[in-house]
Design a protein around this ligand. Structure first.
Ligand code: GRF
Length: 226
């Protein structure tokens, strides 16, 4: 499907959420203002009543809940989730605060068209509590990274990374809030590269405009065109 993506054709996205959906909102806004040549075909949440579903409704996007607690196993949930996603025939599947560990079978079904944003400077700090870990380690910089998803948790190749200074007196919350503002800029931008057919995953490496990216991906620079 990636092959058919061009500069002109609108890509179809499915966005997976579990909560607030502020990153989802950045996709909705980018689709509306034309900086992302795509449409969000569906929003899928594993939790009922979350703010992200309100955002979907507000934008007239179908919002579907598939509650993981209704399934006997992780495998069964993931298989049903994958079938649901495929029913929308997406070009790209976007994890936006989807708080579930995905099975290798699920990831393999969408390999190369499944992306995530993680609130750390990957490959540093996979997993949870990233901002507190950065503060505890005395890091001067924190940030967020858009990456392709592979079966290894937060271990897929990095695409685009925003670096954000840690300020004196920062708490995990204050740092998270500042990083989130950058997430909203880098996530739709990385998706746009994919939708333009400029970005792909090849043999486990992220490739942009034919060039393999290094372990941090492209470093976001607000001032440059990218
Ligand atoms: C963000 O911090 C993102 O990096 C992480 O989950 C959070 C989602 O926030 N993967 P939101 O639901 O998009 O507001």
């Amino acid at each position: 499907m990636t092959e058919s993506l061009t500069a002109t054709k609108k890509a179809r996205l499915v966005v997976l959420i579990s909560g607030s959906g502020s990153n989802l909102q950045s996709f909705i806004d980018a689709c509306e203002n034309g900086s992302l040549n795509a449409e969000v075909g569906a929003v899928i949440s594993n939790k009922v009543g979350v703010k992200g579903l309100e955002r979907a409704a507000q934008a007239d996007i179908p919002g579907i809940v598939i509650d993981h607690r209704a399934f006997d196993s992780r495998e069964e949930f993931d298989e049903n989730l994958a079938d649901l996603i495929e029913s929308f025939n997406p070009d790209l599947v976007v994890l936006a605060g989807f708080m579930r560990i995905l099975t290798p079978d699920f990831v393999t079904r969408f390999l190369g068209k499944l992306i995530n944003i993680h609130p750390s400077l990957l490959p540093a700090y996979p997993g949870l509590h990233t901002h507190q870990r950065a503060i505890d380690a005395g890091d001067k910089e924190a940030g967020a990274t858009v990456h392709f998803v592979t079966p290894e948790l937060d271990g897929g190749p990095s695409i685009l990374q925003a670096r954000v200074p840690v300020e004196v007196g920062d708490s995990a919350d204050s740092l998270a809030g500042r990083v989130l503002g950058y997430e909203h800029q880098i996530y739709p931008k990385a998706a746009q590269w994919f939708c333009q057919g400029r970005l792909a995953m090849d043999a486990g490496v992220a490739v942009l405009d034919g060039k393999p990216l290094d372990e941090n991906g492209v470093i976001f620079n607000q001032a440059s065109e990218q």
